[in-house]
Design a protein around this ligand. Sequence first.
Ligand code: NAP
Length: 568
Amino acid sequence: MITGATGFIGSRLLERLVRDGIQGQPVHVVAIARHPETLPDALRGQVECHGLDLAEAPLDAIVAACGQGAIVYHLAANASVAGGKAAARSNVRATERLIEALRGCAPKRVVYASSIGAVDRAPDDPCTEPLDESAPAHPLTRYGASKLEGERLVAASGLPFSIVRPTWVYGPHMRADSHLRVFLDMVRAGKLASRINFAGRVSVVHVDDLCDALLLAGLHEAALGQTFFVTDNEPVSLGTLFHELGEITGQSAGAIPLPALLASPARALRRWLPLSVQCLNSDVLMATSARLGALGFAPRVARRRGLVELARSTAPMGDRWIVTGAASGIGRALATMLHAAGHAVVAVDYDAAGLEALRQECPGTIPVHADLATGNGRALVARAIDDGPLAGLVNCAGIGARGDVRDVPESTQSRVLAVNIEALADASTRAVRRMAQQKSGGTLVNVASSAALQPLPGMAAYAASKAFVLSYSEALAEELAESAVRVITVCPGGTDTGFQASSGVKRVEGEQLMPASAVAARMLAAIRRGRSTTVLMGGRTHAMALMARALPRQVLVRLWGRLMGKLR
Ligand SMILES: NC(=O)c1ccc[n+]([C@@H]2O[C@H](COP(=O)([O-])OP(=O)(O)OC[C@H]3O[C@@H](n4cnc5c(N)ncnc54)[C@H](OP(=O)(O)O)[C@@H]3O)[C@@H](O)[C@H]2O)c1
């Protein structure tokens, strides 16, 4: 039986029990909620629903709903941190009445969903260690105090119980006013606070991992009468959370360090600050689920995957995009952002393991395992383009080869030209023709490089191939100016990906490479602006463009010959 079955966690547990049963066996599930009619029809048809307000429904109606011998997951609560009368009513009064009703129902176990908020931190706690179950309870909010009172009621009830204290729970359908969801909205809106790299760490847990923990607490013999924190055991700073959400949504976040001048006093004065401000600089809401781990609890959802899923679940359904070179680097970063923004992403690459890793993080992406240097590979891309309406194609796949013309193997040079020029031109032509026929048009994004701006002795074929991309794409943009198809050409400078290693380029000591996610974010911003454009990225790329314009061609080539010899 689940109380609060229409809530964020309750509905996920309900779905889980209906889908998987318990230990592979189907189970009879009873759902208690104030408004069970809000459950999806398909789910409602498979469970026994009772529309009850536990704080005031007649006791015999609650008894009738509880039945005999149930495992009860008590998740009904007012989970708003502000607390107040509503929290007292739903967290204390409703728990009292449920316990009263259960007395004659011989429940197998009552699993009470409490919260880390029932414990928080004592004023003199230095917040250096994660909370465990031996920590004294010192709730800092009225919500937390009401959850602690709920714990006491359950523990004193004489019923067989387990208490679960989740830390911040996140996942699809979480409430819009809840921690990570609020952070996501702040990052998307580019709020100043989300740009700061706050050092305070919190523990979070994905709702599916929490469902594992709840089931374990309800079934494991050794969980009887015990209390457990539930976290993913990877405390994370708020700055890192902002940064990760920024990487997923294409925003700059969590990057500005907070001066020690502000952070240190904030830590020293912690006890006098509101909880939300304490959390910015101190590890207040950090806990360990080692005790539940000893019973077999092992979180399964990697945070990055969970955050991508959260972002996608709050985005409108988007159209279909194809991204080549999607298994790593810039292509992977952009494919992730498009997926998180709700688009259907077809991910093309010849690195099957990389495509699988992308699919793990972004379930639902459609992998196309294709070597673009071959006719077969290009045919697979053509098929993907023809497969249905297409919002955009990103030609990100590109390879390079460092070396003198006398040394670079012919086959390597052919691959460079085949992938960077032939495959890109084939796919661009096909996609543009398709998108020009669509009422909604479409967007072609071609990734050139700062190498496109001048000849590069030592990487001759690569630079020439990128010069082709730049020239070709800018010409297409002009040809398509009157149509609904936009063409965006991007010229990133040195970017921190596997490109340098795979093309034999030396890394220059101390060289600042751009993060792939920053390049992808600029691309996403250009896509969203909805205009054909060429984007030069990075200070060095702009300097190279200036040099290319200012210097006589011969001088430029000679200069780059020297620079490449020395630097690369
Ligand atoms: N989300 C988190 O980060 C988090 C963290 C730690 C602990 N928890 C705990 O986990 C549990 C579930 O939280 P949640 O995030 O799923 O919250 P939620 O989405 O707000 O769900 C709470 C559910 O309880 C129902 N409810 C409230 N008062 C009720 C009453 N008097 N009688 C019957 N049902 C009532 C609500 O129904 P209505 O829809 O009708 O209001 C709602 O369906 C709570 O105990 C919460 O304290 C949550």
